[in-house]
Design a protein around this ligand. Sequence first.
Ligand code: T3D
Length: 271
Amino acid sequence: MEENPILVEMREIAPHARYHVITLNRPQRLNAFVGPLVRQLAAAFDEAGRDASCRAVLLTGAGRGFCAGQDLSERLVAEGGPPPDLGASLEGWANPLIRKMRALPLPIVCAVNGVAAGAGVNLALACDIVVAARSASFIQAFARIGLMPDLGGTFFLTRLVGPARARALALLAEPLDAARAEDWGLIWKAVDDGALMDEAHALCARFCAAPSAALAAIKRGLDAAATNSLDQQLDLERDGQRELGRSPDFAEGVRAFIDKRPASFGPRKAD
Ligand code: T3D
């Protein structure tokens, strides 16, 4: 029997401030998606949202890969058998998962520890900050097997790297190494393999001391900017800033600046 396909660990940074570490755990299949894995992954994000002390999520993979997308052994069509309904599959788990991650009012840091292929790349791109090991690579592998990018890939790719690079990545389905992914703006940073987890943990620890409502508003605002007009964004910023300006975190942030000391922000309001 397979081990638990998702591992969740809590890292306490201070009283009422911790982050959840979610590890995809099917290393023998490069953490490819199967039903139990995607169900537990969605439940792990729900749990992070419910945990009032949780201030960030770190997502990574066990073993030498981050995630190789859908487990293709579940997609083998028997001779003369009916083809799978991939639309139903996306509607059933993938699209709700990506919506859930984008709506989560917490920063999601993704530590890409090795190859990310197919839906595995786009899972990473749905996170807020992607750090990758220098040995990692990103492959929009879909065209190799007669599919198109999913899990938001067609949306994220163009916005992150621009249309020319997005088209070549998706149409050619060639690997992009981590250094070039950083250079192109697909990810935040490529780091030495041995430094990857320290880097990702340090980011999450930093978020544990950050003003949580502001981070949630930043995440919402940047997401809305992908489709809003400038007028809509200006209105959104006015409304968001009005609310944040009334918060104890802002009062503390200003006081701390004037006092020349680090700010001590308050707890997060859970979902
Ligand atoms: O619901 C839906 O179906 C719709 C959604 C579709 C979304 C998708 O993600 S479609 C795209 C699926 N993914 C792929 O096409 C990638 C397939 N994998 C690869 O191309 C290669 O494995 C990699 C380039 C990622 C890595 O290559 P390499 O040489 O480093 O490793 P490997 O030897 O190919 O893989 C190691 C093992 O993992 C191997 O098993 P073995 O031979 O040791 O028993 C391999 O078969 C297995 N593996 C890797 N990817 C998958 C997989 N097994 C099942 N499904 C996989 N996707």
